[in-house]
Write a protein that binds this ligand. Structure first.
Ligand SMILES: N[C@@H](CCC[C@H](N)C(=O)O)C(=O)O
Length: 280
């Protein structure tokens, strides 16, 4: 089977993207996805994204899979790359003031232009309750995490310093107790110095993603980070957060959605790198 693909990234979170208007690849097996995402034997990527028409006329479904072939509900960096990809294919148009609906496994999301990049309305979040203990290599003792549902599951762990963040060894999965039923992406966070600058919050994070491993960036992780840090900071904390990740910076803005409930709006760049084809 020959597959035409585009390699894309959003702050270093990289994807193999396929345009599939006829849904011809709907039976692509997890091992095929894993092969495409393999950095030694395939194209290489943190995830695989297939563009397929949704049941809504003119609206596209983002079929997102992790590098191990597992499906995930949402990918905040991936959806920005997805919109760039759809625009490149001429499959959609997006004016300066419009927003584009995209169907995901976590429901419909709306994406608008923001500078040279895009901003996606990830919708409302949910605090999971409880404080799972997270232990990663490089940490002397396990730390409590805050479980946040951002459409996909996250556990955010606050660390004391930049040194502690840098010392983390994320080549193997951190242990979580109790283990969340569907697994979780684990976001390790340190406050910026200072935490608040010019009215906006600043934090740095590293992430160990479910179904992948450490990545250079995670958009839903940055959104969960902003929610967690604001939760810890209490009233008076800013609503705009700059989140530094190993692959760059994204923004997470906490604001009312069209339903009047507070949503997280994730902003950042998205780049198409090259196109090619591969035979599986
Ligand atoms: N990197 C993504 C999240 C991808 C899915 C995640 N690994 C999961 O399994 O939930 C992002 O930018 O949000």
């Amino acid at each position: 089977m020959r597959i035409d693909f585009t390699k894309a990234h959003a702050t270093g979170n990289d994807f193999v993207m396929v345009f599939d208007p006829d849904d011809a690849l709907h039976e692509l097996a997890p091992q095929h996805v894993a092969q495409l995402c393999d950095r030694h034997f395939g194209v290489g990527g943190d995830g695989f994204i297939r563009a397929v028409p949704s049941d809504d006329e003119g609206v596209w479904f983002m079929d997102y899979r992790n590098a191990d072939g597992s499906a995930a509900e949402m990918c905040g960096n991936g959806v920005r790359a997805f919109v760039r990809f759809l625009l490149e294919h001429g499959a959609v148009t997006l004016g300066e003031v419009d927003s584009l609906p995209i169907v995901t496994r976590a429901g419909m999301k709306h994406v608008r232009r923001l500078g040279d990049g895009f901003e996606v309305d990830l919708g409302p979040w949910r605090l999971e309750g409880g404080e799972p203990l997270v232990h990663a290599r490089g940490l002397e003792v396990a730390r409590p995490g805050l479980g946040i549902d951002m459409g996909n599951p996250h556990v955010v762990v606050a660390l004391a310093s930049r040194e502690e963040l840098d010392a983390l060894e994320l080549t193997s999965a951190p242990a979580i107790d109790p283990q969340p039923p569907y697994g979780a992406n684990i976001d390790f966070v340190v406050p910026g110095e200072p935490l608040i600058r010019e009215g906006a919050g600043h934090v740095a994070m590293r992430v160990f993603e479910r179904g992948i491993g450490e990545t250079l960036s995670c958009g839903t992780g940055a959104a969960a980070t902003a929610v967690a840090v604001r939760h810890w900071a209490g009233s008076g904390a800013p609503s705009l957060w700059h989140v530094t990740v190993p692959g760059g910076e994204v923004t997470a803005r906490l604001d009312a959605g069209t339903d009047g409930i507070e949503h997280v709006f994730l902003g950042g760049p998205a780049t198409l790198v090259y196109t090619g084809n591969i035979t599986l």
